[in-house]
Design a protein around this ligand. Sequence first.
Ligand code: NAD
Ligand code: TYD
Length: 357
Amino acid sequence: MKTYLVTGGAGFIGSNYIHYMFNKYKDTIRIINVDVLTYAGNPENLASLETNENYIFIKEDICNKDAMHNIFKQYDIDRVVHFAAESHVDRSIRNPQVFVNTNVMGTLNLLDAAKCAWETEDGYKTDKKYLQVSTDEVYGSLEEEDSYFYESTPIDPHSPYSASKASADMIVKAYMDTFHFPANITRCSNNYGPYQFPEKLIPLMINNALLGKKLPIYGDGKNVRDWLYVMDHAKAIDMVMEQGKLYEVYNVGGHNEKQNVDIVNIIIDTLASLLPDSDSRKAHVNKDLITYVEDRKGHDRRYAIAPDKIKSEIGWEPETMFAEGIRLTIEWYLNNNEWMEHVTSGDYQKYYQEMYK
Ligand code: NAD
Ligand code: TYD
């Protein structure tokens, strides 16, 4: 039985990945989820695994070096999938420090603990691997229409978030280049799907529209992101872990570029079509809610991934068409009102008032 150490597994992508892995491998794997539970970490995302003997939750900060080393002493870890991070660009503009602590120093701690545990006299224990979950944002912004991010595109981050993720990638690269540490890096485009915290574009717009609140579009709304359904990302991570060549970087993307304003319009149309006539919210879900607000500082114009390498070397391709993925996502939010109520109480209200004042 393989033992996975997943960090940040109570967050959006991490929890979807853990569900994906137990659905696929059933009781042939064990997953240890290390998560300190920041505002973005929610154990409710994994409530259905409470009785699963192969799922272990450890509430811990990846910045705690001793704790990371102890976890590797206590368990014989075969795979590390490192999701834990501060992940929201707007928050990084307001408070960069925590991004550097968690995303850079936390990554270094984890690498160091894995290296110490896996090292042998002449290399590493066999069949061990670390996967750094990174982002296309490390490549910066594409200004020309037909250009794409390739693995060879120079790193050129702009926001404190993407700079911290790029720094973490460079530390992983240093471990691979200097110590031959067995690792891969994946760089994925924007994800959407269930369990995403409503500070990010798609769940924020769904939540606001249902509440009849304004839908704040930054700048001219023409910034482009390449959206990928989260379960397709989970599958890509698993495939890179098992089939990726050591030390390689793989871009993961949806072939699905959309302007923000188009995303918001699709959300309104899909919500309106899914809500039954008897639902009182249907009356206010319409385009009058759209409001253009001040642009994000340093707002990257366009992201677009060329996922050619992961397709040709590993055989991964995005499977979920956007029309289907967004319907599944909106249905999930409609069916999980309580989840939304829990995550938007308390601190979220404070953040929202401050951010959108
Ligand atoms: P998220 O913010 O939803 O979840 C992050 C998780 O990490 C939370 O559960 C949080 O509690 C945990 N965490 C934060 N700081 C921690 C610390 N110091 N110690 C332990 N746990 C800590 O993020 P997400 O959207 O699920 O993103 C996961 C990873 O994927 C991140 O590394 C992010 O950079 C990357 N990524 C995200 C996207 C996206 O569209 N969301 C796209 C590409 C890559
Ligand atoms: P976001 O979901 O924060 O992801 P990222 O900035 O990491 O790509 O934002 C996606 C896009 O949506 C980005 O161009 C900023 C824009 N946006 C808005 O226009 N309004 C909002 O309220 C938010 C949160 C984002």
